[in-house]
Write a protein that binds this ligand. Structure first.
Ligand code: NAD
Ligand code: UDX
Length: 461
């Protein structure tokens, strides 16, 4: 039996370790976190994250070979392999503020591992980190004087929220970076063995440490770049009567371009893209590559433009004033099938509408609590309403900001009848049937397509 520990029971630790435990019943997997509330939630029926399919796997493994605890030190002492998936947010102070990764949680963890270890261990970076972080980790850990040896591996996580279970069960690839020394390669092999319990060997890629660390930042940068590219073109479509869905389809049929990740939207959100690109930008600056830094920074600049453009288009379309108007935001999560609202474009749009003194009501099936927390003081000025029909009642406009499939099933006739006229729909995800909505009487503003607007109110086509 191998004692496997994961430090950090957040989105990544919490959605990967139960699956690891389910495939490795002969090993013991413990998830620890300093956040007592989070650990209590993992031990309850109400898990702290909403991730389709996860509840069942946790139910099957919890108490058998999967355990949750706040006793970080004790479990470090017992562990053979330690995954570290603590948060690595953007640094908001000092050198590199606003761009570099804040490694304070990471370094604290390294020191804690050192202080509580009585045997040699494999330490696995699962958090997303600047390239060459493993070097610092190795130096801290191997600074001990009691003869312990630590092998540090990089094993970045590529799961996406909302599909985390599927992504972990059936990954495109698993990436493991290690030192090219004998002990480094033994450690790599031990981790390969673990994953090989359910991942075909040809999908397990092994590289040197630095390639692995850098590949994670680059993967996210490339994915976000595609979204910013299609969103940039959506702005041009709106000026030229080209249709972004048709353009995306036409270019995506070229196999070299590929059809994925070409959905124009109000912008990309989530805890990773912006943070990881800014981290990449900072690294390029650090290594004296300002042109490369500016190139990647533009992906984030374009995303901010798209979010701002969406909100200002709402104001302009509604006769240049939304002060005192009730506006219903459909969706708070940064994407469907998650309760995560970190960097959600929905909250960016909400902030912009509040600036204009709109009366904002947000509805979402799973993310209202996180939205309230993320909005902080502004939350006092927002109504949080789980029922979309009630949210839309008496509203001047609806903005679709998260692509929840529930929103395609609603009775929009009923919604239209309950709204102030002229009624507007701004579809920030191109989710709905725009022609049908227009025929009901709505003024419809999609992304990257000509708007379907009416001159008169209550006019049916
Ligand atoms: P998160 O904030 O949800 O979870 C991190 C957890 O670590 C928190 O619960 C925090 O309390 C805990 N923690 C911090 N310091 C600790 C310590 N010293 N001891 C014990 N626990 C500690 O973050 P996340 O979304 O799970 O992301 C974790 C890492 O994985 C980040 O580096 C992120 O970039 C990366 N990542 C995230 C995703 C994603 O989709 N969220 C995907 C791939 C990679
Ligand atoms: C991303 C990466 O996909 C994943 O591999 C990495 O491990 C973590 O970061 P995540 O942020 O959870 O995952 O979700 P993702 O599906 O990538 O979506 C990110 C944002 O981009 C969402 O706001 C989504 O709505 C938006 N998006 C995605 C688009 O606007 N258009 C698209 O075509 C795809």
């Amino acid at each position: 039996m191998t004692n496997i520990l994961c430090i950090g029971a957040g989105y990544v630790g919490g959605s990967t370790m139960p699956i690891l435990a389910s495939h490795c019943p002969e090993h013991r997997v413990v998830l620890v976190d300093i956040n007592e509330k989070r650990i209590a939630a993992w031990q309850s029926d109400q898990l702290p994250i909403y991730e389709p399919g996860l509840d069942e796997i946790v139910r099957q493994t919890r108490g058998k070979n999967l355990f949750f605890s706040t006793e970080v030190n004790r479990h470090i002492a017992e562990a053979d392999i330690i995954f570290v998936s603590v948060n690595t947010p953007t640094k908001m102070f000092g050198k590199g503020a606003g761009k570099a990764a804040d490694l304070q949680y990471w370094e604290k963890t390294a020191r804690q591992i050192l202080e509580n270890s009585t045997s040699s261990k494999i330490v696995v970076e699962k958090s997303t980190l600047p390239v060459r972080t493993a070097e610092a980790m190795e130096r801290i850990l191997n600074s001990n004087s009691n003869g312990l040896h630590f092998d540090v591996l990089s094993n970045p996580e590529f799961l996406a929220e909302g599909t985390a279970v599927r992504d972990m069960q059936n990954p495109d690839r698993v990436l493991i970076g290690g030192r090219e020394t004998e002990s480094g390669q033994r450690a790599v092999e031990a981790l390969v063995e673990l994953y090989a319990k359910w991942v075909p060997r040809d999908r397990i890629i092994t590289t040197n440490l630095w390639s692995s660390e850098l590949s994670k930042l680059v993967a996210n940068a490339f994915l976000a770049q595609r979204i910013s590219s299609i969103n940039a073109i959506s702005a041009l479509c709106e000026k030229t009567e080209a249709d972004i869905n048709e353009v995306a389809y036409a270019i995506g049929r070229d196999e070299r371009i590929g059809r994925y990740f070409l959905r124009a939207s109000v912008g990309f959100g989530g805890s990773c893209y912006k943070k990881d690109i800014l981290n990449l930008v900072y690294l390029c600056e650090h290594y004296g590559l300002p042109e490369v830094a500016r190139y990647w920074e533009q992906v984030v600049v374009m995303n901010e433009y798209q979010e701002a453009r969406f909100a200002s288009n709402m104001v302009a379309s509604m006769f240049n004033t939304i002060a005192g108007k009730r506006i219903a935001l459909f969706g708070a999560a940064f994407k469907a099938n998650t309760n995560d609202t970190r960097e959600s474009p929905a909250l960016e749009v909400c902030r912009a509408l509040l600036e204009e003194r709109a009366d904002v009501v947000i509805t979402d099936p799973h993310a209202l609590e996180n939205a309230r927390n993320d909005l902080g003081e502004l939350a006092k000025r927002v109504t949080f309403e789980p029922d979309p029909y009630i949210a839309a009642n008496n509203a001047h406009a609806i903005a679709i900001l998260t692509e929840w499939s529930q929103y395609t099933q609603l009775d929009y006739e009923r919604i239209y009848n309950s709204m102030v006229k002229p009624a507007f729909i701004f579809d920030g995800r191109n989710l709905l049937d725009h022609k049908k909505l227009y025929q009901m009487g709505f003024n419809v503003h999609p992304i990257g397509k000509p708007p379907l607007t009416r001159l008169t109110t209550n006019h049916r086509a």
